[in-house]
Write a protein of this length. Structure first.
Length: 183
């Protein structure tokens, strides 16, 4: 069985409040910049773990053609209020999408929720066109160990993605960013 974390109504309401309080606006800005560094506006973009839709909305307004996938119906209900992007119920390891459709994918603060990384990385890779890019952003556990299990180390990112991607790891404190290219 594959582990994953699914947010119920209460958890989704907490994320909604954090968005309203603009707690993570800095992280959304870093994510948008990281996407723009690897894919031009107008690219077809997959957001894995679209959550309450904040990043999808930002990227959509910047000209990306966004499809967001999230395992939580409660999060998707909130996302539909923030973005007109296509939003789909699904999990990272079983994306309900055709192969080789997307130019770029992004996962902000979600890889640590995936449980087993291999099935998810394989599926994201297959959803990307050859040479497609995958941007993964997490809290940097190498530099901020207090995040406990809500982040990744450089080793974690490389091991999770390397079987399917050429991985370059960058840091922007307190975040760690993987810019990965589909093999």
């Amino acid at each position: 069985m594959v582990y994953f974390e699914q947010f119920d109504e209460r958890g989704a309401a907490v994320y909604d409040l954090l968005i309203k309080l603009r707690v993570f606006d800095w992280a959304y800005a870093v994510a948008a910049e990281a996407v723009e560094a690897v894919a031009p506006r107008g690219s077809k973009l997959l957001e894995i773990g679209a959550g309450a839709g904040k990043l999808a909305g930002i990227l959509e307004r910047r000209g990306y053609r966004v499809v967001g996938v999230d395992v939580s119906p409660a999060m998707l209900r909130r996302a539909r209020k923030r973005t007109s992007a296509d939003l789909i119920a699904g999990a990272s390891w079983a994306l309900p999408l055709r192969d080789e459709v997307f130019d770029v994918a992004v996962a902000l603060f979600t890889l640590h929720h995936w449980g087993l990384h291999e099935p998810s990385a394989r599926r994201v890779s297959s959803a990307l066109k050859p040479g497609g890019k995958f941007v993964v952003i997490e809290a940097d556990k190498d530099r901020v160990p207090l995040v406990v299990d809500h982040g990744c180390t450089a080793k974690c990112l490389e091991e999770a993605l390397a079987p399917f991607f050429k991985v370059a790891v960058k840091r922007k404190f307190p975040l760690i960013i993987a810019e990965a290219e589909r093999l």
